[in-house]
Design a protein around this ligand. Structure first.
Ligand code: 76R
Length: 248
């Protein structure tokens, strides 16, 4: 019988995409706009404290193109905390000007294709840091969901585990070539959202997203078994740049 792989699961993840309601934003008074920006800054300071305490992480990106204006990515130990964040944002003054555009719920995942001698590999410091990562605030982000195919002869879920492990090993060799250029967080979403995995890539140069994704399309694990959803690309929006971004 084909065996499932065991996964190590870390923090829950919410990718929260918003479009700024620019018309209402322009119609608002200067005081209202200030109140809204302050309310967002207040939340960001609160989330920064959570990150400083290593109880979660977040990042904010300005999405390029019409799919959304902003992408907040939040990592937290529980889905309750993620829902609270979402509600807090909606209740804030800024929330009055943020139209939900899209969202994705998943959990940071590492698979155990390679055997570990440790009984609890998730406790190895390097593994623990990857399961509960502090998001790198690199200049650019790329997010997309994906599935592993299961049609006819191209069925990931009928491949033996060692075969899947070998294909993923080859995939990781392509990935390693991008060390320092692309940093990836794979989040599992089977049972949590519409696709099977979320892929969040960070880069200093957005061209590296095209390069890595293109090169990986030729790895068997992607060419035969990869199905992809919508892509979102964005530029980092640090706290101190938000007021300028919203200035009209
Ligand atoms: O976890 C590890 O680092 C070990 C090796 C590894 C696994 C198991 C690895 C390495 N990945 C793994 C699993 Mn990956 N990854 C993607 C994409 O666009 C595409 O074609 C695919 C999207 C990218 C860009 C990427 C990058 N990977 C997975 C899985 C889960 C599959 C499963 O469990 O069935 C998916 C969906 C997936 C997709 N991967 C790497 C990278 C990079 C850059 C690496 C090297 C990391 C490093 O060694 O530092």
């Amino acid at each position: 019988m084909v065996e499932a792989v065991e996964t190590m699961d870390g923090w829950y993840s919410l990718h929260d995409f918003r479009t700024v309601d620019w018309t209402s934003w322009k119609l608002a008074t200067e005081d209202e706009r200030k109140e809204a920006i302050d309310s967002l800054q207040h939340l960001l300071v609160k989330w920064d404290k959570v990150e400083d305490g290593k109880d979660g992480s977040h990042a904010l990106y300005n999405i390029v193109g019409q799919k959304a204006d902003l992408m907040f990515m939040f990592l937290r130990p529980t889905t309750n905390e993620l829902a609270t964040i979402e509600t807090e944002l909606n209740k804030s003054k800024m929330g009055e000007f943020l139209i939900p555009a899209h969202s994705y719920v998943s959990i940071v995942e590492l698979s155990k294709y390679r055997p570990y001698k440790e009984e609890h590999p998730e406790e190895i410091p390097e593994i623990a840091a990857r399961l509960k990562p502090i998001l790198p605030k690199w200049e650019h982000v790329c997010f997309y969901p994906m599935d592993r195919r299961r049609h006819g002869d191209e069925n990931w879920y009928t491949l033996e585990k060692d075969v899947r492990g070998k294909l993923l090993y080859e995939h990781s060799m392509t990935g390693r070539k991008y060390a320092g250029k692309v940093s990836q967080i794979i989040t599992g979403s089977i049972g949590l959202d519409d696709w099977e995995w979320g892929v969040t890539l960070f880069a200093h140069d957005p061209l590296q997203f095209k390069k890595i994704v293109y090169e990986m399309r030729f790895d068997e694990v992607s060419s035969k078994y990869g199905e992809f959803g919508e892509f979102f690309v964005g530029n980092h929006l640090p706290n101190e740049a938000i007021a300028t971004y919203l200035e009209i």
